[in-house]
Design a protein around this ligand. Structure first.
Ligand SMILES: [Mn+2]
Length: 296
């Protein structure tokens, strides 16, 4: 049983589909707090971090859209997350698009070597030089390893936040051409959907645990587009052939038993594109599995 600190970030500036800013509301509407309390946890919801809306913005840089506001919001995420870190407990970040993780990971990684598990259909390893869209939500993994605009790389404190050898991607199935090249040479471990099909999620999870055996703290970043659109339709960039309901739960259950996940991002929930809040409800269920809900 733990204290769970919730930080909402209604960010939609890192991508172009409207509605992902409503993710924190959809997750709370799906009774996130009550579900975690039913598991015996104490829940402290710190509300949402203010984020500009696109209408008040000008896009100055088409290769990294809304760079200034995304960077400023990530600095605020970093400050709020640091305050949570000073108290004991688990920190749960509600996005918002995946650009928020530039701030969340900066906070939890400060002053220590952490592992980072990135569950996502995409690589999120673009830079302004390689991106086809200019959307920053396709860049956070690159930024966290020190590649990208200074304003993002230096959020919180200067330099890279996580070593490539301490990052694993799970569920990958959609990479841009130059992103694929960069990822291949990055030193990051990538478990594609093909790997999951071939070896099974249990084996993949064991390999992650083996790879991270020397690390005391691991952050999990869960992009709901990692799941198959059949079970998680409410995301901005759906890609067929994703994780099944059971594969995702199994991963959470194995990581829960392992006991080293200290913080979680739930990102890219878009209620406008969803069916009756199905994707947010699934995200709440997965969070419950990660935080100790068991079948028996
Ligand atoms: Mn992502």
């Amino acid at each position: 049983m733990a204290t769970v600190h919730i930080v909402g970030v209604p960010m939609d500036l890192g991508q172009a589909r409207r509605g992902v800013d409503m993710g924190p509301y959809a997750l709370r509407y799906a009774e996130l707090g009550a579900v975690l309390e039913s598991l015996g946890h104490r829940v402290v919801d710190g509300g949402n971090i203010p984020v500009p809306v696109p209408e008040e913005e000008e896009v100055h840089n088409p290769r990294a859209r809304h760079l200034h506001s995304v960077a400023a919001t990530c600095e605020e995420i970093y400050r709020r997350a640091k305050a949570c870190r000073e108290e004991e407990g688990f920190v749960l970040f509600l996005g918002g698009d995946h650009s928020i993780s530039i701030g969340t990971v900066a906070a939890v990684a400060e002053g220590r070597e952490i592992g980072l598990i990135w569950v996502d259909a995409h690589g999120d390893f673009n830079t302004p030089e390689t991106t086809p869209s200019g959307n920053i939500h396709g860049m956070p993994v690159a930024v966290l390893t020190g590649r990208g605009p200074d304003a993002l790389v230096n959020v919180g404190y200067p330099g890279p936040k996580v070593q490539p050898a301490h990052i694993v991607l799970i569920g990958t199935r959609d990479l841009d051409a130059k992103e694929r090249e960069a990822l291949r040479h990055s030193g990051i471990t990538v478990f594609t959907m093909r790997d999951i099909d071939e070896f099974g999620m249990a084996a993949i999870a064991r390999r992650v645990i083996t790879q991270f055996h020397a690390l005391d703290y691991v952050h999990l970043s869960l992009d709901m587009d990692a799941l198959d659109p059949e079970v998680a339709p409410g995301v901005g960039t759906p890609v067929p052939g994703g994780l099944t309901y059971r594969e995702a739960h199994l991963l959470m259950e194995i990581l829960a038993e392992w006991g080293r996940i200290g913080s979680l991002d739930i990102v890219e929930v878009n209620p406008i594109l969803d069916r009756r809040n199905q994707t947010a409800r699934l995200a709440v269920e997965l969070t419950a599995s990660l935080l100790g809900k068991r079948i028996l």
